[in-house]
Design a protein around this ligand. Structure first.
Ligand SMILES: [Zn+2]
Length: 441
């Protein structure tokens, strides 16, 4: 009997614990969508998930104070019907769940006519918004187009563009992350699959930000988004003054739940970092702004040198077999001739830890909580060949569910970028670069 008491107490405590982890959610059904307000104390990021008959989706939301509100568009739910909405925290625990019934939209008209034929020549083309499709289904009045990605799915009628039963059009899938795979099916009116194909969402280079004056005027930053979509293995000497050669690792981290790959996450973050740095006056050069390119590690250093960069930031994401592992890591070179010409190990460590503190402050990690490690070593070719201060920044662990979800979002990428920009400014003060030194260059 004695042993039962603690168990009983635990059972009594459970509802309280569950309540503490819950969120207050209000949903208002509307035509073609719903609005939500959500109070989830202590959560900067939550994942909103909705499931209706014709479409599903998930979106990561960010708020500094745990209050979230907005509208979800459901363009394929004109006939109305039940939609279940769930909110999860970054550990994928359910904070709230509710079902609502959407009204039939005033302008909704179900498609009519013949919608069954042999489908021929289904082709897909990547676009930055989603994909372009084309197929032929002779003698039909409409067909149903279905797609799904890791973030969303939808099914809706499409209509022929000519009398020969030729179909073509563009689909925007705004929730789907760049380079994520789409599976696309053409279905008949009964929902039976007639053909299927796949493609990815395309990468489009964001417009070049306007050059500005600011506290980083006169400072040249080289951003090196690590990896590329089609990695190659190239043997290169480890570093000047170091013996041996090594093959740069082609392996990349991949998101535990998003399945996103490191090469695209670092490229997206690099573009945001460019914007943040340029808004503060810096001149920015990138080692790559596309996915389909190949630069070896030494070539990346040469790009930074040719640009006259004061500093090189090499963006990467981490991976560990321990899925609980989180945090930032910064690597600096130690013994290469170029590293020694740049700074003493003590100076390098100071710069690395300065950058680390700025990044931890920006993303909300405590400075002393063990989520950040700064190391000096000879392990990285792309560090050893840099003739300017270089920092390999592992921005987070894609093997951790929460960091994977965060790293995929532009809001978290922006926090990281702001932290790195602050770090560049602090290092510019230390080193006396540009306007940061108190005089124009
Ligand atoms: Zn990497």
């Amino acid at each position: 009997m004695r042993k039962l008491i603690p168990l009983l107490m635990l059972l009594l405590l459970l509802p309280v614990a569950a309540l503490a982890a819950s969120a207050d959610m209000t949903l208002t059904p509307e035509e073609y969508g719903f609005t939500y307000t959500l109070q989830a104390e202590g959560n900067e990021f939550v994942v909103l998930i909705w499931e209706g008959k014709n479409e599903t989706g998930r979106r990561t939301l960010y708020s500094e104070n745990g209050h979230f509100e907005g509208r979800v568009e459901l363009p394929c739910t004109g006939m109305g019907g039940k939609v279940t909405v769930t909110v999860q925290n970054l550990k994928q625990n359910r904070l709230a769940s509710k079902s609502i019934t959407l009204p039939e939209a005033a302008d909704y008209a179900a498609p009519t006519g013949k919608a069954n034929a042999t489908v021929k020549d289904l082709t897909l083309e990547e676009t930055p918004q989603g994909f372009r499709y084309a197929f032929t289904a002779p003698g039909t009045d409409y067909m149903m187009l279905y797609y799904r990605s890791k973030q969303e799915s939808a099914v809706f009628p499409v209509y022929p563009v000519d009398d020969a039963g030729r179909y073509e059009g563009e689909v925007a899938a705004p929730l789907t992350y760049c380079r994520t795979l789409f599976t696309v099916q053409v279905r008949n009116a009964k929902g039976q699959q007639k053909d299927e194909a796949t493609c990815r969402k395309a990468w489009a280079i964001p417009a070049m930000p306007e050059a500005r004056e600011g506290r980083l005027s006169g400072v040249v930053v080289c951003i090196d988004p690590g990896h590329q979509e089609n990695g190659q293995f190239v043997r290169e000497p480890i570093g000047p003054g170091l013996s041996g050669t090594t093959v740069g690792k082609g392996g990349m981290a991949q998101g535990k739940v998003t399945l996103r790959k490191e090469d695209i996450v670092v490229l997206e973050t690099a573009m945001i970092l460019r914007e943040v740095l340029m808004a503060q006056g810096a001149t920015v050069v990138l080692t790559r702004d596309v996915q389909d390119v190949f630069h070896t590690n030494i070539e990346r250093c040469e790009i930074a040198e040719a640009a006259g960069a004061h500093v090189m930031l090499r963006l990467h994401c981490n991976n560990s077999s321990n899925q609980n592992k989180t945090g930032i890591q910064i690597y600096c070179p130690l013994n290469s001739d170029y590293a020694r010409a740049v700074a003493s190990p003590e100076e390098y460590r100071l710069m690395g830890e300065t950058l680390m503190n700025c990044m931890k402050d920006a993303v909300g990690y405590e400075r002393k909580d063990g989520t950040g490690v700064t190391r000096l070593n000879d392990n990285y070719i792309g560090n050893n060949w840099a003739k300017m201060p270089v920092f390999l920044v592992e921005m987070g662990y894609m093997s951790n569910v929460g960091e994977d979800i965060k790293l995929a979002t532009p809001e978290y990428q922006t926090l990281l970028a702001q932290g790195m920009a602050e770090g560049v400014y602090q290092i510019a003060l230390l080193r006396g670069w540009g306007d940061a030194a108190g005089h124009a260059d």
